[in-house]
Unconditional design. Structure first.
Length: 469
């Protein structure tokens, strides 16, 4: 792993992000009557895509919007330009990761969108209209009446599985906006985040953008690498990253398998696994350190397994670090065109040979864990280490090998640990974030499980009483 390449400048990166930031600043005040100072953000976005097929449409959209005459089609063009720019940033960063890891990239043709039925146009038009109203008003002008306009659109979309992706996005976006109303009183606006959500939702309202992805049935051996736990006060998701080796001897691939469940905000830590375990046998395999044999398991072109327990059975023991050293370097990965965004970068890597003397020495001035790899300092994203497992920042700081996800945030690459190897009594010991996924005999894990079991039992009893009344 050429860690030094992670810290070299990427040509054109700063300019592309500056164009995005300029446009995002315009959305704060709104597109209805842009101030002269905002015109620079619109023209900067148009200039950034001047050499692309979007050039003429975005130039027209920027001109019309600067004059206060922006219409729905113009806003869609601006959102598309912003999406394309961040896609180019994603591609440049992923190309740098390719240099660092030397890993192959899947054939772009494999990520072509699947076919889908034409969805009800009136619902997409309604969603697009609400998003355009938001853009005209701007984040500082939002109020409960405007934000509440999303509710009937979301309610009409949710029964249709093909529209549920967009409906969920709109619902979550509207909830965030509602929590911040009125916008005029906001001390701090999450400019990049809200612009991301707005642009992605607007692009998804275009015909065919949210079509069902292409799916194949695959058979072979799945070698888990680790679990990324994503927690929200009312929901939790466990995403397993793994290497898939096809039974027909084809090229191995990086894949993901996810399971999610609703949860009350009182269930945290090890209690999360009790909510997730009934839905995926893969979690048990991860906890036990085993491979999984797949038989005709649905797999999208982007590498997402649509998990079905009936098509999986536990295989032989498979150590994640052995998989990372032997199988990971040859595993290709693919990205869906609409998922090309720097925030979506999460590439499994194995980092070894770094110098960390201890937890205190490994922490920089901000209290973060930093790995010194041949003189290069790679920050560890300790905030993403879940409380539902034995992995801790201190374990990372005292380790000699780290298996994690390489991400990019705030202008720099960082590492999210999934597992580490450390020396205990002169023997290598692995510590995994998902070690408790399938149950544990670890003393700390057992105590956490018991406390979580008591909380979950009480909640289920209360829920049962409510249903019976």
């Amino acid at each position: 792993m050429r860690a030094d390449l992670l810290f070299d400048d990427v040509e054109g990166l700063d300019e592309a992000l500056a164009a995005v930031d300029g446009f995002d600043a315009v959305l704060v005040g709104g597109l209805l009557r842009p101030h002269p100072a905002q015109a620079g953000g619109l023209s900067g976005l148009a200039d950034a895509v001047a050499g692309t097929p979007l050039a003429s449409r975005v130039a027209e959209a920027a001109e019309k919007t600067s004059a206060g005459g922006g219409e729905e089609g113009h806003f869609v063009a601006l959102a598309a330009a912003r999406t394309a720019l961040l896609g180019s940033v994603h591609d440049a960063l992923v190309a740098r990761v390719d240099e660092v890891t030397g890993r192959p990239v899947a054939d772009p043709a494999a990520t072509a969108p699947g076919s889908g039925e034409d969805r009800p146009g009136n619902l997409l038009v309604a969603a697009r209209g609400w998003l355009c109203d938001l853009a005209r008003t701007g984040w500082q002008g939002i109020d409960h009446e405007l934000v509440g306009g999303a509710a009937p659109v979301v309610s009409a979309m949710l029964p249709d599985p093909a529209l549920r992706r967009l409906a969920t996005l709109l619902d979550g976006f509207a909830a965030e906006l509602a929590a911040c109303c009125p916008g005029a009183t906001l001390e701090r606006v999450p400019v990049r985040r809200w612009a991301d959500l707005w642009a992605r939702a607007l692009v998804l309202t275009l015909p065919g953008a949210a079509s069902t992805p292409a799916v194949d049935a695959v058979s072979g051996r799945l070698l888990p690498l680790g679990v990324d736990v994503q927690e929200h006060p009312t929901a939790v998701q466990a995403q397993v990253h793994a290497v898939f080796e096809p039974a027909d001897g084809g090229a191995s691939r990086l894949v993901r398998a996810s399971v999610s469940a609703p949860k009350p905000d009182t269930v945290v830590g090890a209690g999360l696994w009790q909510l997730l375990r009934p839905h995926m046998s893969l979690l048990a395999a991860v906890g036990e350190g085993r491979a999984v044999e797949l038989d005709a398991m649905p797999l999208t072109a982007e590498g997402d397994l649509l998990w079905d327990d009936t098509r999986a059975r536990a295989g032989e023991p498979a150590d994640a670090f052995t998989t990372a050293r032997v199988a990971l370097p040859a595993a290709a990965y693919a990205v869906s065109p609409l998922d090309r965004h720097p925030a979506r970068i999460a590439v499994p890597v194995l980092v070894e040979g770094y110098g960390v003397a201890g937890a205190e020495d490994a922490r920089d001035a901000a209290g973060e864990v930093v790995l010194d790899i041949a003189g290069c300092r790679l920050r560890v994203d300790t905030d993403r280490i879940p409380a539902a497992g034995p992995l801790t920042p201190e374990a990372v700081a005292s380790s000699g090998a780290c298996l994690g996800l390489l991400r990019w945030d705030a202008g720099a690459f960082l590492l999210q640990p999934l597992a580490v190897e450390r020396t205990v009594r002169k023997k290598p010991v692995a510590v995994h974030a998902g070690a408790w996924a399938g149950g544990t005999t670890d003393k700390a894990g057992v105590r956490a499980e018991k406390a979580a079991t008591d909380a979950v039992t009480v909640l289920r009893e209360r829920a049962g009483k409510l249903l019976r009344t």
